[in-house]
Design a protein. Structure first.
Length: 402
């Protein structure tokens, strides 16, 4: 789609300026001018214009110019997400897979790190196999914000032209990389569970669940570079640490306008939990609709605490307001891969199974012997969760005291 102002019809009335929710229009020399970097093509200005001076047109396939010089694009990039100055483990998982992809293509593996005082973390990325780390260090990048992060990453991609860009499918990654893909006119495959290379065509084969997880689709992006994917946490093995591995840190800095954001970060309120982080846990105890009320999740929390594990929840439990979204396991929540996953009162719909079926041991507790969760369970307990869970908690507490 394309938007433009017909100057012959524009009278500079400013109605479009007032209607634009993104501040993308200003009046210059009594004519409306649209900032295409800010415009989202929402059409609000078109509806407000009484003079039909703004038009939205659809481009035909012949109008779209695909880049031809694909040989200019090289290297596999991994966006290394950081929080509180620490690189998140999903980045190390992507570096492990990125090493395989870059070796297949004969390219270098590169990390991209944005933040404040991140030099030490950049060395850790090299120790995980990166040949280069593109480091942009600024106080404006200490905490993640959509606009500055996306503008910096777009600038880096335009300058260095990577062949592949990988990013974790975290809340930060999902927010960032979609903006970047639009900014550089590239494709993006979200929530991949598998990545491979077509050596002949140098195409990234991006595999992800489709149709509610009922099939696995392999997606390619033959007409644009870079090829971009997000990958869920815990579906790939972390790159091994090798402190003898050598690499290069490329430090970049930009003008203050690159770091400008229309939003202001006022405060960060962290959720306080007595149990460990869901995605990092070796043991997860999850509750579903069968728990019947938020008060009954105390049983789940008690078992999780006894095992030193984390508390999870199905989408039904989260939608009911019994637990917050940060606890949701499944296709629209987190993908987890603990050593032990205990599902309490969870029927086991495919959307939930997608997020936990790679767990080493799955224990299902459900009073319905025909519940789908038993099809993936290592051990199944047919019984009332309100009787089974307290008894398991008591038994584990006694056993772990020995």
């Amino acid at each position: 789609m394309s938007i433009k102002v017909i100057n012959e019809k524009c009278v500079g009335c400013k109605l479009c300026v007032k209607s634009c929710p993104f501040g993308a229009i200003e009046i210059i020399n009594k004519k409306a001018v649209i900032d295409l970097d800010k415009c989202t093509l929402c059409g609000a200005c078109i509806e407000s214009c009484k003079f039909d001076a703004i038009v939205l047109t659809k481009l035909s396939p012949t109008d779209i110019q695909f880049p031809k010089k694909f040989d200019e694009y090289k290297d596999v990039w991994v966006f290394c997400e950081q929080k509180k100055g620490v690189v998140q483990s999903v980045a190390y998982e992507l570096l492990g897979k990125g090493r395989e992809l870059s070796d297949t293509l004969g390219n270098e593996l590169c990390g991209v790190l944005l933040g404040e005082n991140m030099k030490e973390e950049a060395h850790k990325i090299i120790h995980r196999g990166a040949d280069k780390v593109y480091l942009v260090d600024s106080p404006a990048l200490k905490h993640y914000q959509d606009e500055p992060y996306s503008k910096v990453l777009i600038q880096l991609i335009k300058e260095y032209k990577p062949e592949i860009v990988l990013c974790g499918a975290s809340s930060t990654g999902r927010s960032l990389i979609s903006r970047v893909a639009i900014g550089i006119h590239a494709g993006l495959t979200a929530d991949c569970t598998g990545l491979d290379i077509d050596k002949k065509e140098r195409l990234l084969l991006q595999t992800r669940p489709a149709f509610g997880g009922n099939i696995m689709a392999t997606i390619i992006c033959p007409n644009h570079r870079p090829q971009m994917s997000t990958v869920r946490h815990k579906v790939m093995k972390e790159a091994a640490e090798n402190k003898h591995h050598k690499g290069k840190i490329i430090e970049k800095s930009y003008d203050s306008n690159i770091y400008f954001s229309r939003t202001k970060l006022l405060d960060i309120v962290e959720e306080i939990e007595e149990t460990v982080n869901l995605t990092e846990a070796n043991v997860i105890v999850s509750g579903g609709r069968g728990m019947q009320s938020p008060e009954n999740f105390k049983l789940i929390e008690g078992l999780a605490k006894a095992l030193g594990g984390a508390v999870g929840a199905s989408r039904a439990a989260v939608d009911s307001g019994w637990k917050t979204y940060s606890h949701q396991v499944g296709q629209t929540g987190k993908t987890v891969c603990p050593k032990i996953y205990i599902a309490c009162g969870i029927s086991g719909q495919i959307q939930h199974l997608v997020g936990m079926q790679s767990s080493e041991i799955i224990v299902a507790i459900n009073k319905d012997p025909y519940a789908p969760i038993f099809s993936v369970a290592t051990y199944g307990i047919v019984g009332d969760v309100f009787e089974v869970v307290p008894e398991l908690t008591r038994q584990f507490k006694e056993a772990l005291k020995r």
